[in-house]
Design a protein around this ligand. Structure first.
Ligand code: ZN
Length: 495
């Protein structure tokens, strides 16, 4: 469902034009052609020049999208872009990258790489959804047990068929998918890379852990080590020592025909490893039968939750495939390997940039657009007290004086205590006196007469996070600056 973005008046933003905040926004700009077809994203400087020369219109403010008036996509050279996704339970990272290749002149090898264009983090609200459903269920139960008879309302849904996942999890899939679809609409994405599993079990089945491969830290060896650390919990399996260097250890010794599959491997401190040497484990642990029993049973157990099975990621994978774009999958071990090889700091968005088959990552030191799932309000018009009884009622209309809660507005207050410029998400009141959630906090009691609509609420809040490598002591958030603001939003095709 798209609401038409309203035409806003060109803003007379005198104080904004001079503000050094105005163009200090390192996020790249999405570009559409005159028919709304995506072409290559550009820098902010280029977008500003295109707007100033009248060659482009503002299509959307956050994320910033412009539409060229004199170019058609079929006449443009498009480079291969990939959208990389690292799905998380609280936050999902996304990175739009340009796929590139480098030829090593000495060896003749071609290495694959990713040049980062855009970084995005989506903060999900799975927890709020789950809490709201729990609260509703408990209040219903209480009312049912304490008041007049109410027919039972459990086990009567019949909608938990195949493929059902809990609403809080479904929200993560839907939210991620919605942003994938948006970015695909705004940029010529050719493929999607998704981190699907934590460890690549297949790569671990034949690891040459004692040979050159392991010592040089190849991917298979790396994943195996990470996997064993997860499975055996960062301590020596025999003596329980923690915070000591751990070595990979064969439970049934290699010299007695023990295999190098992960089911025969554990972690031991150097001391235990040397003591055990080629002894059979039954002999080595003859005096500790309970440790022997634990190790033998744990060795056989697959690492279920961490290794492979993550229902939400699989549902997301299935949904991504339905977009018709090529979907590549990768493992978390590989992401971490790529990230450490390239000395990239850990954030959700940068993790996403390192997903998949890449040897090098460049241009990663750029700001991240943080998107918070806020929802579009609630159907429930009755406010409840803590016992589940009505306390008050919300108004039926969702908009007041043309504004709705969640809209991005700019308020210029000429005089009084609240004098100044306030910009952010608005929360409406029936009285026409609104609250604005700005970067500095909530400003209460701003009259609708001072507000100008910048962008309709779309169920998300936006904020910009500064470069990961910029001075650590600086505030982590920059105010969200809107590069297209003094150009005004043109009559958009859709949002
Ligand atoms: Zn030990």
């Amino acid at each position: 469902m798209h609401r038409k973005v309203r035409v806003t008046r060109p803003l007379r933003a005198g104080c904004w034009k001079d503000s050094n905040l105005f163009w200090r926004n390192g996020l790249s700009v999405f570009v559409l052609d005159r028919q709304g077809v995506a072409v290559m994203p550009c820098t902010q400087k280029r977008a500003r020049l295109l707007l100033a020369r009248g060659r482009a219109r503002v299509h959307r403010l956050v994320p910033f999208v412009i539409r060229l008036v004199d170019v058609k996509a079929k006449h443009c050279n498009l480079q291969p872009l990939s959208l990389k996704i690292d799905p998380g339970s609280k936050t999902t990272g996304m990175a739009l990258v340009r796929d590139a290749q480098k030829l090593d002149m000495d060896t003749g090898e071609i290495s694959k790489g990713a040049a980062v264009l855009s970084l995005v983090e989506i903060a999900h609200r799975g927890r709020q959804i789950s809490e709201a459903l729990t609260a509703r269920r408990q209040m219903r139960r209480r009312r049912r047990s304490q008041l007049r008879y109410r027919a039972p309302r459990f086990l009567n849904r019949g909608n938990k068929g195949k493929g059902w996942i809990a609403p809080s999890l479904q929200h993560r899939v839907d939210g991620t998918l919605a942003w994938v679809k948006r970015i695909v609409r705004w940029a010529p994405v050719r493929s999607i890379s998704q981190e699907l599993v934590r460890f690549d079990m297949q790569a671990m089945q034949t690891p040459g852990i004692e040979g050159i491969e392991y010592q040089q830290g190849t991917l298979a060896g790396y994943e195996l080590r990470e996997f064993l650390l997860e499975k055996w919990g960062c301590k020596c399996a025999y003596c329980g020592a923690e915070n000591v260097p751990l070595q990979i250890e064969h439970i049934h010794p290699r010299s007695r025909g023990g295999s190098s599959r992960e089911s025969n491997l554990t972690l031991a401190c150097q001391c235990c490893n040397e003591k055990k040497a080629a002894l059979p484990i039954e002999v080595f642990l003859a005096k500790k039968p309970e440790v022997l029993k634990r190790i033998l049973s744990q060795a056989k157990k697959p690492l279920r939750d961490a290794a492979a099975v993550n229902a939400t990621r699989w549902v997301l994978f299935q949904s991504l495939k339905q977009t018709g774009i090529e979907v590549l999958t990768s493992s978390g071990g590989r992401t971490k390997f790529n990230r450490q090889q390239n000395h990239v700091p850990k954030t959700h968005a940068l993790d996403a940039a390192c997903v998949g088959d890449v040897d090098w990552v460049v241009n990663w030191n750029r700001p991240t657009l943080q998107i918070k799932c806020t929802g579009r309000g609630s159907y429930q018009r009755t406010r409840l007290d803590k016992f589940g009884f009505p306390r008050g009622y919300l108004m039926r209309e969702k908009s007041v004086k043309g504004f709705a809660t969640g809209d991005l507005v700019k308020a210029v207050v000429p005089a009084g205590k609240k004098a100044g410029l306030h910009q952010g998400r608005v929360a409406i009141r029936a009285t026409g006196s609104f609250n604005i959630q700005t970067r500095e906090g909530v400003v209460q009691g701003i009259s609708h007469r001072h507000c100008t609509l910048l962008q309709r609420g779309d169920g998300y809040g936006y904020q910009q996070q500064s470069k990961p490598d910029a001075g650590r002591d600086r505030a982590s958030h920059d105010a969200l600056c809107l590069p297209g603001m003094n150009a005004g939003v043109s009559r958009a095709i859709h949002g």
